[in-house]
Design a protein. Sequence first.
Length: 364
Amino acid sequence: MQVRGFLETEVLPHHLAWEARGYVDRSLWNRAGSAGYLCPAISQVHGGKGNDKLFSVVLTEEIAKAGASGLGWGLHSDIVAPYIETYGSPPLKNAYLPAMAKGSMVGAIAMTEPSAGSDLRGIATSAKKVGNYYIVNGSKIFVTNGWHCDLVILAVKTTTETTAKGISLLLVETATDGFSRGQLLKKSGMCALDTVEMFFHEMRVPVSNILGREGEGFSCLMQQLPWERLQAAIYSIASAEAALEAAITYTKKHWLSEFELSLTRQSTRFALAELATETQIGRVFVDRCIELQLQQTLNAETASMAKLWATNLQFKTMAICAQLLDGAGHVSEFPIDRIWADSGIYRLAGGSNEIMKELIGRSL
Protein backbone atom coordinates (compact mmCIF):
# COMPACT_ATOMS: atom_id res chain seq x y z
CA MET A 1 0.00 0.00 0.00
CA GLN A 2 2.91 2.36 0.67
CA VAL A 3 4.23 1.99 -2.88
CA ARG A 4 0.73 2.37 -4.33
CA GLY A 5 0.20 5.55 -2.31
CA PHE A 6 3.47 7.02 -3.60
CA LEU A 7 2.44 6.30 -7.19
CA GLU A 8 -1.02 7.77 -6.71
CA THR A 9 0.28 11.03 -5.24
CA GLU A 10 3.67 11.56 -6.87
CA VAL A 11 3.34 9.91 -10.28
CA LEU A 12 -0.14 9.36 -11.72
CA PRO A 13 -1.36 12.99 -11.54
CA HIS A 14 1.58 14.02 -13.74
CA HIS A 15 2.05 11.02 -16.02
CA LEU A 16 0.07 12.30 -19.01
CA ALA A 17 2.07 15.54 -19.01
CA TRP A 18 5.30 13.56 -18.80
CA GLU A 19 4.21 11.43 -21.75
CA ALA A 20 3.61 14.56 -23.81
CA ARG A 21 7.13 15.88 -23.23
CA GLY A 22 8.97 12.54 -23.18
CA TYR A 23 10.44 12.31 -19.67
CA VAL A 24 9.49 12.42 -15.98
CA ASP A 25 10.58 15.13 -13.57
CA ARG A 26 14.19 14.65 -12.50
CA SER A 27 13.18 15.46 -8.92
CA LEU A 28 11.02 12.31 -8.88
CA TRP A 29 14.21 10.25 -8.79
CA ASN A 30 15.32 12.03 -5.62
CA ARG A 31 11.93 11.50 -3.97
CA ALA A 32 11.96 7.83 -4.94
CA GLY A 33 15.44 7.47 -3.44
CA SER A 34 14.36 9.15 -0.21
CA ALA A 35 11.37 6.79 -0.02
CA GLY A 36 13.64 3.74 -0.39
CA TYR A 37 12.36 2.64 -3.81
CA LEU A 38 15.72 2.71 -5.60
CA CYS A 39 18.29 -0.11 -5.43
CA PRO A 40 16.35 -2.03 -2.74
CA ALA A 41 18.29 -5.27 -3.31
CA ILE A 42 21.73 -3.64 -3.15
CA SER A 43 23.56 -4.36 0.09
CA GLN A 44 23.40 -1.87 2.93
CA VAL A 45 27.18 -1.60 2.79
CA HIS A 46 26.77 0.05 -0.61
CA GLY A 47 23.83 2.27 0.33
CA GLY A 48 20.95 -0.04 -0.58
CA LYS A 49 18.33 -1.67 1.61
CA GLY A 50 19.70 -5.22 1.48
CA ASN A 51 16.28 -6.67 0.57
CA ASP A 52 15.79 -9.77 -1.52
CA LYS A 53 14.32 -9.52 -5.01
CA LEU A 54 10.75 -9.89 -3.75
CA PHE A 55 10.83 -6.20 -2.86
CA SER A 56 11.70 -5.42 -6.49
CA VAL A 57 8.88 -7.74 -7.61
CA VAL A 58 6.37 -5.76 -5.54
CA LEU A 59 7.62 -2.47 -6.97
CA THR A 60 7.45 -3.80 -10.52
CA GLU A 61 3.93 -5.16 -10.09
CA GLU A 62 2.58 -1.97 -8.53
CA ILE A 63 4.14 0.17 -11.27
CA ALA A 64 2.63 -2.15 -13.90
CA LYS A 65 -0.84 -2.06 -12.33
CA ALA A 66 -0.70 1.72 -12.22
CA GLY A 67 0.40 1.94 -15.86
CA ALA A 68 3.30 4.18 -14.81
CA SER A 69 5.54 3.18 -17.70
CA GLY A 70 7.64 6.35 -17.53
CA LEU A 71 9.54 5.17 -14.48
CA GLY A 72 12.93 3.73 -15.35
CA TRP A 73 13.54 2.52 -11.81
CA GLY A 74 13.69 -1.16 -12.72
CA LEU A 75 16.52 -0.66 -15.19
CA HIS A 76 18.37 1.61 -12.76
CA SER A 77 17.90 -0.54 -9.65
CA ASP A 78 17.70 -4.12 -10.90
CA ILE A 79 19.95 -4.09 -13.94
CA VAL A 80 22.53 -1.29 -13.76
CA ALA A 81 23.17 -1.38 -9.99
CA PRO A 82 23.60 -5.19 -9.83
CA TYR A 83 26.13 -5.05 -12.68
CA ILE A 84 28.18 -2.59 -10.66
CA GLU A 85 27.82 -4.52 -7.40
CA THR A 86 28.63 -7.87 -9.05
CA TYR A 87 31.42 -6.91 -11.45
CA GLY A 88 32.69 -3.54 -10.25
CA SER A 89 35.81 -2.89 -8.19
CA PRO A 90 35.39 -1.70 -4.58
CA PRO A 91 36.18 1.93 -5.56
CA LEU A 92 33.48 1.85 -8.27
CA LYS A 93 30.92 0.38 -5.88
CA ASN A 94 31.69 2.96 -3.21
CA ALA A 95 31.66 5.83 -5.68
CA TYR A 96 28.38 5.10 -7.45
CA LEU A 97 26.02 2.73 -5.64
CA PRO A 98 25.17 5.02 -2.67
CA ALA A 99 24.42 7.86 -5.09
CA MET A 100 22.20 5.57 -7.19
CA ALA A 101 20.28 4.46 -4.10
CA LYS A 102 19.63 8.10 -3.19
CA GLY A 103 18.56 9.02 -6.72
CA SER A 104 21.27 11.65 -7.02
CA MET A 105 22.71 9.62 -9.91
CA VAL A 106 20.60 7.86 -12.54
CA GLY A 107 21.92 4.76 -14.28
CA ALA A 108 21.49 3.44 -17.81
CA ILE A 109 22.93 0.68 -19.97
CA ALA A 110 23.86 1.17 -23.62
CA MET A 111 24.17 -1.93 -25.79
CA THR A 112 22.10 -1.53 -28.96
CA GLU A 113 23.54 0.21 -32.01
CA PRO A 114 21.95 1.16 -35.34
CA SER A 115 23.52 -1.93 -36.94
CA ALA A 116 23.58 -4.28 -33.92
CA GLY A 117 20.58 -5.22 -31.81
CA SER A 118 19.81 -8.72 -30.62
CA ASP A 119 23.23 -10.01 -31.69
CA LEU A 120 25.66 -7.89 -29.70
CA ARG A 121 28.64 -9.48 -31.39
CA GLY A 122 28.03 -7.00 -34.19
CA ILE A 123 28.58 -3.84 -32.15
CA ALA A 124 31.06 -1.36 -33.60
CA THR A 125 31.66 1.03 -30.68
CA SER A 126 35.35 0.60 -29.91
CA ALA A 127 37.53 1.16 -26.85
CA LYS A 128 41.24 1.25 -27.56
CA LYS A 129 43.56 1.07 -24.55
CA VAL A 130 46.12 3.86 -24.46
CA GLY A 131 48.10 3.97 -21.21
CA ASN A 132 45.68 4.14 -18.29
CA TYR A 133 42.67 5.01 -20.45
CA TYR A 134 40.35 3.54 -23.03
CA ILE A 135 39.67 5.83 -25.98
CA VAL A 136 36.02 5.24 -26.95
CA ASN A 137 34.46 6.00 -30.32
CA GLY A 138 31.03 5.05 -31.63
CA SER A 139 27.34 5.43 -30.87
CA LYS A 140 24.38 3.73 -29.19
CA ILE A 141 20.65 3.95 -29.78
CA PHE A 142 17.44 3.31 -27.82
CA VAL A 143 19.09 4.03 -24.47
CA THR A 144 16.47 3.94 -21.70
CA ASN A 145 16.97 6.57 -18.97
CA GLY A 146 19.29 8.18 -21.48
CA TRP A 147 18.03 11.74 -20.99
CA HIS A 148 18.43 11.82 -17.21
CA CYS A 149 21.31 9.41 -16.68
CA ASP A 150 24.58 10.43 -15.05
CA LEU A 151 26.13 6.99 -15.41
CA VAL A 152 26.10 4.49 -18.28
CA ILE A 153 27.25 0.89 -18.60
CA LEU A 154 28.66 0.82 -22.10
CA ALA A 155 29.17 -2.32 -24.19
CA VAL A 156 32.27 -1.85 -26.35
CA LYS A 157 34.73 -3.78 -28.45
CA THR A 158 38.13 -3.78 -26.74
CA THR A 159 39.76 -6.08 -29.30
CA THR A 160 39.44 -6.72 -33.01
CA GLU A 161 37.76 -10.06 -32.23
CA THR A 162 34.53 -10.53 -34.18
CA THR A 163 33.25 -12.98 -31.58
CA ALA A 164 31.69 -12.35 -28.19
CA LYS A 165 35.17 -12.51 -26.62
CA GLY A 166 35.91 -9.02 -27.92
CA ILE A 167 33.18 -7.33 -25.85
CA SER A 168 33.84 -5.49 -22.58
CA LEU A 169 31.73 -3.33 -20.26
CA LEU A 170 32.83 0.15 -19.24
CA LEU A 171 31.24 2.35 -16.59
CA VAL A 172 31.07 5.90 -17.95
CA GLU A 173 30.00 9.19 -16.41
CA THR A 174 27.99 11.28 -18.86
CA ALA A 175 29.94 14.38 -17.84
CA THR A 176 33.03 12.89 -19.52
CA ASP A 177 34.50 14.89 -22.40
CA GLY A 178 33.63 13.31 -25.74
CA PHE A 179 30.20 12.12 -24.59
CA SER A 180 27.05 13.60 -26.12
CA ARG A 181 23.35 12.75 -26.38
CA GLY A 182 20.99 13.05 -29.29
CA GLN A 183 17.45 14.37 -29.02
CA LEU A 184 14.73 12.51 -27.19
CA LEU A 185 13.32 9.75 -29.37
CA LYS A 186 9.56 9.90 -29.85
CA LYS A 187 7.97 6.47 -29.46
CA SER A 188 4.57 4.93 -30.04
CA GLY A 189 4.52 3.60 -26.47
CA MET A 190 6.19 4.20 -23.09
CA CYS A 191 6.27 7.85 -24.08
CA ALA A 192 7.30 9.18 -20.65
CA LEU A 193 10.31 6.87 -20.46
CA ASP A 194 13.22 8.95 -21.72
CA THR A 195 15.04 7.30 -24.62
CA VAL A 196 17.94 8.78 -26.59
CA GLU A 197 20.88 8.12 -28.85
CA MET A 198 24.39 8.50 -27.45
CA PHE A 199 27.61 9.44 -29.20
CA PHE A 200 31.24 8.98 -28.15
CA HIS A 201 34.13 10.79 -29.80
CA GLU A 202 37.63 10.22 -28.48
CA MET A 203 36.11 9.78 -25.02
CA ARG A 204 38.73 8.93 -22.39
CA VAL A 205 37.58 6.40 -19.79
CA PRO A 206 39.94 5.19 -17.04
CA VAL A 207 40.97 1.54 -17.37
CA SER A 208 39.81 1.11 -13.77
CA ASN A 209 36.22 1.73 -14.90
CA ILE A 210 35.93 -1.68 -16.51
CA LEU A 211 33.29 -4.06 -15.11
CA GLY A 212 34.62 -7.59 -14.81
CA ARG A 213 37.60 -8.42 -16.95
CA GLU A 214 38.43 -7.19 -20.41
CA GLY A 215 36.78 -9.37 -23.03
CA GLU A 216 34.29 -10.91 -20.57
CA GLY A 217 31.50 -8.38 -21.07
CA PHE A 218 29.31 -10.73 -23.09
CA SER A 219 29.56 -13.37 -20.39
CA CYS A 220 28.50 -10.81 -17.76
CA LEU A 221 25.52 -9.81 -19.89
CA MET A 222 24.41 -13.41 -20.31
CA GLN A 223 24.58 -14.03 -16.57
CA GLN A 224 22.27 -11.09 -15.84
CA LEU A 225 19.77 -11.53 -18.69
CA PRO A 226 17.50 -14.18 -17.02
CA TRP A 227 16.58 -11.71 -14.26
CA GLU A 228 16.14 -8.89 -16.78
CA ARG A 229 13.79 -11.04 -18.86
CA LEU A 230 11.89 -12.19 -15.80
CA GLN A 231 11.32 -8.54 -14.87
CA ALA A 232 9.65 -8.03 -18.25
CA ALA A 233 7.46 -11.05 -17.56
CA ILE A 234 6.54 -9.81 -14.07
CA TYR A 235 5.57 -6.39 -15.40
CA SER A 236 3.61 -7.86 -18.29
CA ILE A 237 1.55 -10.35 -16.29
CA ALA A 238 0.69 -7.75 -13.63
CA SER A 239 -0.29 -5.31 -16.36
CA ALA A 240 -2.50 -7.92 -18.05
CA GLU A 241 -4.21 -8.73 -14.75
CA ALA A 242 -4.95 -5.04 -14.15
CA ALA A 243 -6.36 -4.61 -17.65
CA LEU A 244 -8.58 -7.67 -17.27
CA GLU A 245 -9.92 -6.35 -13.96
CA ALA A 246 -10.66 -2.98 -15.56
CA ALA A 247 -12.43 -4.63 -18.50
CA ILE A 248 -14.60 -6.76 -16.21
CA THR A 249 -15.60 -3.71 -14.15
CA TYR A 250 -16.34 -1.63 -17.24
CA THR A 251 -18.42 -4.23 -19.09
CA LYS A 252 -20.54 -4.89 -16.00
CA LYS A 253 -21.34 -1.18 -15.70
CA HIS A 254 -21.97 -0.49 -19.38
CA TRP A 255 -24.29 -3.19 -20.64
CA LEU A 256 -25.90 -2.32 -23.95
CA SER A 257 -29.58 -2.29 -24.93
CA GLU A 258 -31.53 -5.53 -24.56
CA PHE A 259 -31.28 -6.24 -28.31
CA GLU A 260 -27.51 -5.68 -28.40
CA LEU A 261 -27.13 -7.43 -25.08
CA SER A 262 -28.56 -10.68 -26.38
CA LEU A 263 -26.01 -10.65 -29.19
CA THR A 264 -22.92 -9.59 -27.25
CA ARG A 265 -23.15 -10.74 -23.64
CA GLN A 266 -22.02 -14.29 -24.33
CA SER A 267 -19.17 -13.28 -26.65
CA THR A 268 -17.96 -10.76 -24.05
CA ARG A 269 -18.16 -13.35 -21.29
CA PHE A 270 -16.27 -15.88 -23.41
CA ALA A 271 -13.54 -13.35 -24.24
CA LEU A 272 -13.10 -12.49 -20.57
CA ALA A 273 -13.14 -16.15 -19.58
CA GLU A 274 -10.35 -16.96 -22.02
CA LEU A 275 -8.22 -14.03 -20.83
CA ALA A 276 -8.84 -14.91 -17.18
CA THR A 277 -7.67 -18.46 -17.83
CA GLU A 278 -4.54 -17.42 -19.71
CA THR A 279 -3.53 -14.76 -17.19
CA GLN A 280 -3.96 -17.30 -14.38
CA ILE A 281 -1.69 -19.72 -16.25
CA GLY A 282 0.82 -16.91 -16.76
CA ARG A 283 0.67 -15.85 -13.12
CA VAL A 284 1.40 -19.38 -11.86
CA PHE A 285 4.34 -19.74 -14.23
CA VAL A 286 5.81 -16.31 -13.48
CA ASP A 287 5.49 -16.90 -9.73
CA ARG A 288 7.33 -20.18 -10.16
CA CYS A 289 10.10 -18.35 -12.05
CA ILE A 290 10.32 -15.81 -9.23
CA GLU A 291 10.76 -18.71 -6.81
CA LEU A 292 13.55 -20.13 -8.96
CA GLN A 293 15.20 -16.71 -9.15
CA LEU A 294 15.20 -16.42 -5.36
CA GLN A 295 16.83 -19.85 -5.24
CA GLN A 296 19.34 -18.67 -7.89
CA THR A 297 18.37 -21.58 -10.15
CA LEU A 298 16.44 -19.73 -12.88
CA ASN A 299 18.04 -20.63 -16.22
CA ALA A 300 18.07 -18.65 -19.44
CA GLU A 301 15.61 -20.93 -21.26
CA THR A 302 12.95 -20.77 -18.54
CA ALA A 303 13.32 -16.99 -18.22
CA SER A 304 12.94 -16.74 -22.00
CA MET A 305 9.75 -18.80 -21.83
CA ALA A 306 8.35 -16.51 -19.14
CA LYS A 307 9.12 -13.39 -21.16
CA LEU A 308 7.73 -14.89 -24.38
CA TRP A 309 4.45 -15.99 -22.79
CA ALA A 310 3.82 -12.99 -20.55
CA THR A 311 4.67 -10.23 -23.02
CA ASN A 312 2.64 -11.81 -25.81
CA LEU A 313 -0.25 -12.31 -23.41
CA GLN A 314 -0.03 -8.69 -22.25
CA PHE A 315 -0.27 -7.46 -25.85
CA LYS A 316 -3.21 -9.77 -26.62
CA THR A 317 -5.02 -8.83 -23.39
CA MET A 318 -4.66 -5.11 -24.06
CA ALA A 319 -5.98 -5.47 -27.60
CA ILE A 320 -9.08 -7.41 -26.51
CA CYS A 321 -9.75 -5.23 -23.45
CA ALA A 322 -9.49 -2.09 -25.59
CA GLN A 323 -12.27 -3.48 -27.78
CA LEU A 324 -14.41 -4.41 -24.78
CA LEU A 325 -14.13 -0.86 -23.46
CA ASP A 326 -15.48 0.38 -26.81
CA GLY A 327 -14.52 4.02 -27.49
CA ALA A 328 -13.02 4.45 -24.02
CA GLY A 329 -10.44 1.79 -24.86
CA HIS A 330 -9.02 3.97 -27.63
CA VAL A 331 -8.76 7.30 -25.83
CA SER A 332 -5.40 8.16 -24.29
CA GLU A 333 -6.95 9.52 -21.08
CA PHE A 334 -7.98 5.94 -20.29
CA PRO A 335 -5.05 3.73 -19.23
CA ILE A 336 -5.95 0.76 -21.45
CA ASP A 337 -5.09 2.63 -24.66
CA ARG A 338 -1.73 3.81 -23.33
CA ILE A 339 -0.78 0.46 -21.81
CA TRP A 340 -1.66 -1.28 -25.09
CA ALA A 341 0.80 1.01 -26.87
CA ASP A 342 3.39 0.34 -24.15
CA SER A 343 3.01 -3.43 -24.38
CA GLY A 344 4.59 -3.72 -27.81
CA ILE A 345 7.95 -2.56 -26.48
CA TYR A 346 8.12 -5.33 -23.87
CA ARG A 347 8.14 -7.90 -26.68
CA LEU A 348 11.44 -6.33 -27.77
CA ALA A 349 13.13 -5.37 -24.48
CA GLY A 350 15.79 -7.78 -23.23
CA GLY A 351 15.86 -9.47 -26.64
CA SER A 352 12.98 -9.76 -29.11
CA ASN A 353 10.47 -12.56 -28.66
CA GLU A 354 11.75 -14.12 -31.87
CA ILE A 355 15.12 -14.43 -30.15
CA MET A 356 13.37 -15.94 -27.12
CA LYS A 357 11.95 -18.66 -29.40
CA GLU A 358 15.41 -19.31 -30.82
CA LEU A 359 16.94 -19.64 -27.33
CA ILE A 360 14.17 -21.95 -26.18
CA GLY A 361 14.42 -24.02 -29.35
CA ARG A 362 18.15 -24.54 -28.95
CA SER A 363 17.58 -26.05 -25.50
CA LEU A 364 15.09 -28.67 -26.69
